[in-house]
Design a protein around this ligand. Structure first.
Ligand code: AMP
Ligand code: ZN
Length: 468
């Protein structure tokens, strides 16, 4: 039985989705004003571990991650670069999609954008005003937190504590300092949309309530994000959604620990960050993912080259096993003896680790135990073909499909690796061309590759290729 630590309940609970065999999961995505850093990457990869394990367990997962594509930071960056906010958002949305692909993160079912949901956002704000939970002051609409009885339940604080302890937006016109913006009146030279309260743009919190409701329904199973989002972002999402719908919003709230650097949260504003794309020039995605998986998602993790190098060494052990398995397979000399390697035990241990609130460090330890034991077993003479196939299958199901720390499809030697990487590069450039609506270039890339004997196959998830 899968158990998850639910921030709302402050304890581990059995995981039972609202609809049998289906999981609806929403993760707060990036504000697209810059390349994301490896602190963000850690949260994205953690959500990927969770989603992949749910799929491993047979759930159909509807995984939604929003892109915040209108926000103060985006407007500021646009002014600095002297281009429009929407150009900034477009550029960094494309970069985000490229980088999560490089990190081996499975594509979400959907990446809804705030600017494409202004109608739904306005509708929800309107409902909140009508239900008596929000008020309009001169074109600025605020949520009236005192009206919502459960305010503070997620973060475990009452309103008085929150008022005294938190840094909240100072605005003279609000009734209570904790009240937050649902609709922000447009200032001069700012992008705006028409609304019943005049020209303006949505606040950050309401976009997640409106988009999750539209794409996952009024009540859904999992909502996740970094632990910095518990207050105020997620607290506010609950207040908005439940006051608008009258229904319980989310069943399980999962929060990710920070990636720190020198014991301090890695963050854009502190300037102590490395972008994911820069780190990926030094360590490959598999190494980075192993590094993340070796700490539980909810714990803090300190970034260090030493730890990353240790992950790299660990990965080499698994890769050596894979090479040996492939060599033995190529030798094509098998024993007919009974296969007595207990694969079941490793599957069970892997599953019980992951069932325990997605305990990836424990699951990785099982994979390392397996690697050690399978290597030892390979040194004996009575190797069956079945053993080789099952060993690869175990690594594929666990290390590849759940953790994404190996890629059995990558070619063996460096030369063919370079070829594979060049093809992947062309695929990424084609994705970028399509995102920029340069369909001519995208088609040209596909046709030229075809002439070289590489056929691209577009699936819903990603583009793959086969060689003729
Ligand atoms: P942002 O673009 O800042 O809204 O962040 C996107 C996601 O990354 C959110 O879920 C944040 O909580 C998460 N995040 C930001 N900084 C870190 C960090 N240092 N470690 C882990 N997650 C982070
Ligand atoms: Zn959110």
């Amino acid at each position: 039985m899968l158990t998850v630590y639910n921030t709302l309940a402050r304890k581990k609970e059995n995981f039972v989705p609202l609809i049998e065999n289906e999981v609806r999961m929403y993760v707060c995505g990036p504000t697209v004003y810059d390349f994301f850093h490896i602190g963000n990457a850690r949260s994205f990869v953690n959500s990927d571990f969770i989603r992949r394990y749910l799929e491993y367990k047979g759930y159909k997962v509807n995984f939604v991650m929003n892109l915040t594509d209108i926000d103060d930071k985006i407007i500021k960056k646009a002014n600095e670069e002297k281009i429009t906010a929407s150009e900034i958002a477009k550029k960094y949305s494309a970069a985000f999609l490229d980088d999560i692909n490089l990190l081996g993160i499975k594509k979400a079912t959907l990446y809804p954008k705030a600017t494409e949901h202004i109608g739904e956002i306005i509708e929800m704000i309107d409902k909140l005003i009508k239900n008596g939970f929000a008020y309009n002051i001169d074109g600025n609409v605020f949520y009236d937190v005192k009206k919502f009885k459960g305010y503070g339940t997620l973060s475990g604080k009452n309103i008085e504590e929150l008022e005294s302890g938190s840094r909240v937006e100072i605005n003279e016109s609000k009734i209570n300092p904790l009240d937050f913006s649902l609709w922000k009146k447009a200032k001069e030279n700012e992008p705006f949309w028409e609304s019943p309260w005049g020209k303006g743009r949505p606040g950050w919190h309401i976009e997640c309530s409106a988009m999750s409701c539209k794409h996952l329904g009024e009540s859904f199973d999992i909502h996740a994000g970094g632990s910095d989002l518990i207050f105020p972002h997620h607290e506010n999402e609950i207040a908005q959604s439940e006051a608008a719908t009258g229904k319980s919003f989310v069943k399980y709230w999962l929060h990710f620990g920070f990636l720190n650097i020198n014991e301090e949260k890695m963050s854009k504003s502190l300037g102590n960050f490395f972008t994911a794309r820069d780190i990926l020039k030094i360590y490959n995605a598999e190494t980075l993912r192993l590094f993340f998986s070796q700490t539980h998602y909810a714990s803090q993790l300190n970034f260090s080259d030493e730890l990353l190098n240790a992950s790299k060494k660990g990965l080499e052990k698994i890769e050596t096993l894979i090479e040996r398995l492939e060599q033995k397979m190529d030798e094509d000399k098998f024993s007919n003896s009974e296969n007595n390697f207990k694969f079941d035990n490793y599957y069970k241990s892997f599953e019980s680790a992951m069932d325990d609130d997605f305990n990836t460090p424990q699951a990785v330890a099982v994979i390392f135990d397996f690697t050690r034991d399978a290597n030892k077993y390979l040194s004996e003479d009575n190797i069956t073909k079945e053993f080789l196939l099952n060993a690869k299958e175990f690594l594929k199901k666990t290390a590849q499909e759940v953790l994404g720390i190996i890629n059995l499809d990558k070619k063996k030697n460096n030369e063919s690796n370079l070829e594979a990487e060049l093809i992947e590069l062309m695929i990424r450039l084609r994705v970028e061309a399509k995102q920029n609506k340069n369909f001519f270039l995208a088609d040209q890339i596909r046709d030229e590759l075809k002439k070289l004997g590489v056929i691209l196959q577009d699936t819903k998830e990603r583009t793959t290729y086969k060689k003729t």
